[in-house]
Design a protein around this ligand. Structure first.
Ligand code: ADP
Length: 201
């Protein structure tokens, strides 16, 4: 079994790379995606959040109004801690469940890749068997965030600047996937890393 971390700055193409690994058989554990799924209607976590912060967080269809929740916790540390106290343990236990499921299915060869945008910022690199970094040059990231994701240039630039530098991410990398070029070049690099990860098991 191998337990790896996948990281990259915002707009680097981390989600795209995660999909290429998933297509080859990796189990991807994505805390952001898990926390979004736990906030869907019918989920206990959503019920608890609404019990704690109020019914006004739900729209007419019973879905979480994310902007309203963000407003509540943005400037209120105590509220943010209460929210994290509900969401984080649930995300951790769902992540553990996914890991156990992958291990049970293939105890010797499972490749589990944890998608952690802020791996470097939160100092978690040492907890994994290896780190895969998606590296994309600054201007290309900015352009993709603006053109493909519809962000404002200033917002995209501010988000890039708030994160660790490319150099800091490269420093913790065991594998670097350059996603500055076309997708088929990225997929070729993923295929090469996948071969390395699986050939000696
Ligand atoms: P991240 O998860 O790192 O924030 P995404 O995987 O969502 O980044 O990629 C950011 C945007 O750039 C997406 O719209 C994605 O489709 C696009 N994209 C990713 N890689 C490439 C590439 N090699 N060529 C062109 N567009 C890309």
């Amino acid at each position: 079994m191998r337990h790896l971390a996948l990281t990259g700055g915002i707009g680097s193409g981390k989600s795209t790379v995660a999909t290429f690994f998933a297509e080859r058989g990796a189990t991807i554990i994505d805390a952001d995606a898990i926390s979004r799924a736990l906030m869907e209607p019918g989920q206990e976590v959503l019920d608890e959040v609404v019990d704690t912060f109020g019914e006004h967080l739900l729209d007419a269809a019973g879905r979480l109004d994310r902007a309203a929740l963000a407003n509540i916790v943005f400037n209120d540390n105590e509220a943010r801690e209460r929210l994290n106290g509900i969401v984080h343990p649930a995300v951790r236990s769902e992540s553990a469940r996914l890991r156990e499921e992958a291990l049970a299915a293939d105890p010797d060869h499972a490749v589990i890749i944890q998608d952690i945008p802020l791996l470097v910022e939160t100092g978690q690199a040492d907890q994994f068997d290896g780190v895969i970094v998606v590296d994309t040059d600054h201007d290309t990231r900015l352009q993709r965030l603006v053109e493909a994701r519809g962000m404002e240039v200033e917002d995209a630039q501010a988000r890039i600047s708030a994160q660790a530098t490319d150099e800091q991410r490269r420093d913790v990398a065991d594998w670097i996937i350059d996603n500055s070029g076309p997708l088929d070049s990225t997929e070729d690099q993923v295929a090469a890393v996948w071969t390395e990860l699986t050939e000696d098991q």
